[in-house]
Design a protein around this ligand. Structure first.
Ligand code: ADP
Ligand code: MG
Length: 346
């Protein structure tokens, strides 16, 4: 993946040459972007809205493995995960800035690939790439993306706004990105051991969920259309359990999740079984789903029930009831955020 057909050393362009090359391909489209790349700083018109700002750092070997992640997908995902955080505030992303630390092992063509992915995500979600910084790295690739969004002050949704008895709702399905990662890791290990070509057949959905996550702008739009305003919201980057605990703790409440209500795609389910993993555990603790988890008032039940994009997985309780997971037999277990480490050991 690091060996495109032609290879131009970064040194032949230099930092300014590289920036010029990138800038030449970037199109500005947002009315709120006053000035993009090309000055000491970008200029943004807030248009009397609240601005939301979020950043994510992606480090080679920690957050991604170039052994199986194509650079184009990595670029797309780097933007997508930031936009997901903006949507989770019920805001509209408008601009991103991108910091890059590159080692000289990357040819110019590799940077082009990375930017292709980033610009595709920007186009898909109507966001301008308005600046960044470029430097060299002695180790691997580091990508820092900062996204800026806008929202009317009365529309901001925090993690802390849930009310007792509010319904806990999640978009899409969970656990697929984690299972996609397991398949990629397995095939990488097989390749390293035997040189066998990866067998990714039949895993399209979970691989796409891992490699090309889509931030849920459509859910924000759907909720507006339904006339439902979430009382609290978070995006699912670390697994349902962890995110539900954030909403509960930040809102000073307890939470109760019903195992059988957790949406899991059949392909996630069957792959988890192949790996001897419990599908529910993958959904609760897998992470990188980039779905939206939010609470709504009970009175909104009729508006959201039966919607194929939304699942009611539980509800908020009083703080004293704590954090609970109810299994299919009605047994109650403590809801804990195990995260990835525990999963890998199980
Ligand atoms: P400075 O020395 O003031 O940091 P730079 O030479 O780093 O300026 O950047 C020049 C312009 O190019 C700025 O508008 C900056 O935002 C933009 N830029 C630099 N690196 C990147 C990058 N990786 N992606 C997008 N824009 C970039
Ligand atoms: Mg700079």
């Amino acid at each position: 993946m690091l060996e495109p057909t032609s290879r131009t050393e970064l040194a032949t362009l230099g930092e300014f040459g590289l920036i010029d090359r990138l800038a030449a391909r970037i199109v500005i489209g947002q009315p709120s972007t006053v000035k993009g790349i090309g000055d000491d700083a970008a200029v943004i018109d807030p248009q009397a809205l609240h601005q939301v700002v979020t950043t994510d750092l992606l480090v080679e070997g920690v957050h991604f493995d170039l052994g199986y992640v194509p650079l184009r997908h990595l670029g797309y995902k780097a933007i997508a995960v930031n936009l997901s955080d903006v949507y989770a505030m019920n805001a509209t992303p408008r601009q991103v800035v991108v910091g890059l630390a590159l080692s000289n092992r990357f040819p110019v063509e590799a940077v082009d690939e990375l930017y292709e992915g980033m610009m595709l995500a920007c186009r898909n979600f109507d966001v301008d790439l308005v600046g960044g910084d470029t430097t060299s790295s002695r180790s691997g690739l580091v990508i820092s993306v900062t996204a800026i969004g806008a929202v009317a002050r009365e529309d901001v949704v925090y993690r802390s706004g849930a009310g007792q008895n509010d319904l806990l709702v999640v978009s899409g399905d969970l656990g697929a990105a984690y299972m996609g990662l397991q398949v990629l890791e397995r095939e990488k290990a097989v390749f390293q051991d035997s040189g066998a070509q990866p067998d990714l057949e039949g895993h399209d959905y979970i691989l796409e969920r891992q490699l090309k996550p889509e931030p849920r702008r459509d859910i924000i739009e759907l909720l507006k259309k339904l006339g439902v305003r979430p009382t609290s919201m978070i995006d699912v980057s670390d697994g349902l359990a962890s995110e539900a605990l954030h909403l509960a703790r930040n809102s000073g409440l307890g939470v109760r999740i019903y195992d059988e209500k957790i949406p899991i795609d059949p392909s996630t389910y069957s792959t988890a079984r192949d790996f001897n993993l419990d599908p529910t555990t993958c959904a609760l603790n897998g992470g990188e789903d980039y779905e939206l988890l939010f609470t709504v008032a009970q009175s909104d039940f009729e508006k959201i029930k039966g919607n194929p994009s939304l699942s009611i997985v539980g509800h908020m309780t009083d703080a004293a009831s704590g954090y609970q997971l109810v299994d299919k037999q009605g047994g109650v277990h403590p809801l804990t955020a195990q995260g990835w480490d525990a999963l890998l050991k199980s």
